[in-house]
Design a protein around this ligand. Structure first.
Ligand SMILES: Cc1cc2nc3c(=O)[nH]c(=O)nc-3n(C[C@H](O)[C@H](O)[C@H](O)COP(=O)(O)OP(=O)(O)OC[C@H]3O[C@@H](n4cnc5c(N)ncnc54)[C@H](O)[C@@H]3O)c2cc1C
Ligand code: FES
Length: 297
């Protein structure tokens, strides 16, 4: 009779992915207030303990009596003994999580998923394309690159949202720009006052409207994208066909509906891949080979 054998990645997931740990909320920082159709967003600063992770990995965070949701770690692993989750109050669990006050406790499993290949792209120019809350997983990577600034060329961040009110981490933009990040903004709708401001450069329209201003060198650029499926679809197509980037130099973090986060329940499966374990970060050429980015494409 053959003995049960677990693959190394399954063993690794078993260590932290199956066992929830209770962590204290050190700070609850409001990022976006509820206004009109805008959902509130807060950043929870959590005690980190011995939790080690890569930018782009996520945690399954649970609220007692409500449920569990996957949330990306939005802080860089190379800094501080805390970690951050930036949570948009989308439904029941995320709304309760986003309201957890300082001193409260949440339960987390993880880190889960593959994270971004940080070292592989050293020496390159870096383009971030972040739609709405999609800036949260990219923020950890951006900060990690700023901590190793000399290892990367240009760092460009394009951030878009529905309205100026929905743009994320405004309090930190100046710090990023001082560190050499070229920041540009887009919103679907805004008043003339917003558009009249010169800094950071901005447009009213789709994020890709900023692409022609970029003057990218496609041979030395890697792009990291996170946002709504429609944005990913259009932005990836534009980067390949109009800007000349190679699909394998475009990395996308997918947000699929998930339950277990450890390859057991099948909720996140796309064709033959588990987004929770094989992703959530995929190269664009992998997504093309999987024949779809997100349903219904
Ligand atoms: C790998 C990963 C990382 C994520 N990182 C973050 C993050 O850093 N910050 C953050 O605020 N959210 C993040 N999300 C999305 C977050 O998990 C969902 O908003 C949350 O699960 C909603 O659960 P709920 O019970 O609050 O709401 P529900 O009532 O379950 O859903 C509310 C609304 O959100 C939609 N929704 C539910 N799950 C998802 C999902 N996985 N992706 C997109 N839409 C969803 C539903 O269709 C519905 O419209 C991430 C999702 C994944 C898979
Ligand atoms: S979320 Fe259960 S298999 Fe991926």
């Amino acid at each position: 009779m053959s003995a049960l054998r677990l693959e190394p990645r399954a063993l690794a997931a078993a260590a932290d992915g199956y066992r929830p740990r209770l962590v204290r909320v050190l700070e609850m920082r409001p990022e976006i207030e509820a206004r009109g159709a805008s959902r509130p967003v807060t950043t929870l600063v959590l005690e980190r303990g011995d939790l080690d992770y890569r930018p782009g990995q996520f945690l399954e965070a649970s609220v007692f009596g409500a449920g569990e949701v996957p949330i990306s770690i939005s802080s860089p692993p190379g800094l501080a003994d805390t970690l951050c989750l930036t949570v948009r109050a989308a439904g029941l669990v995320s709304s309760m999580l986003a309201r957890t006050p300082a001193g409260g406790r949440v339960s987390v499993r993880g880190p889960l998923g593959n994270g971004f290949p940080l070292e592989e792209h050293e020496g390159r120019d870096v383009l971030f394309v972040a739609g709405g809350i999609g800036l949260a997983p990219l923020r950890g990577l951006l900060w990690e690159m700023l901590l190793r600034r000399e290892r990367y060329g240009r760092i460009v961040l394009l951030h878009g949202a529905r309205t100026p009110h929905d743009l994320l981490y405004g309090w930190q933009w100046a710090q990023w720009q001082d560190a050499g990040v070229e920041l540009m903004l887009s919103v679907d709708a805004a008043g003339p006052d917003w558009l009249a401001r010169a800094e950071p450069p901005r447009v009213i329209g789709f994020l890709t409207a900023l692409f022609p201003r970029l003057d990218l060198d496609p041979g030395r650029t890697v792009a990291f994208l996170c946002g709504p499926p429609a944005m990913i679809h259009i932005a990836c197509g534009d980067l390949v066909h109009a800007r000349g980037l190679r699909p394998e130099r475009i990395l996308v973090t997918l947000e699929r509906h998930m339950k277990c986060g450890v390859g057991k329940c099948g909720h996140c499966v796309v064709v033959d891949r588990y987004v929770c374990m094989d992703g959530p970060v995929f190269r664009y050429d992998e997504l093309i080979a999987m024949n779809r980015i997100e349903p219904p494409w």
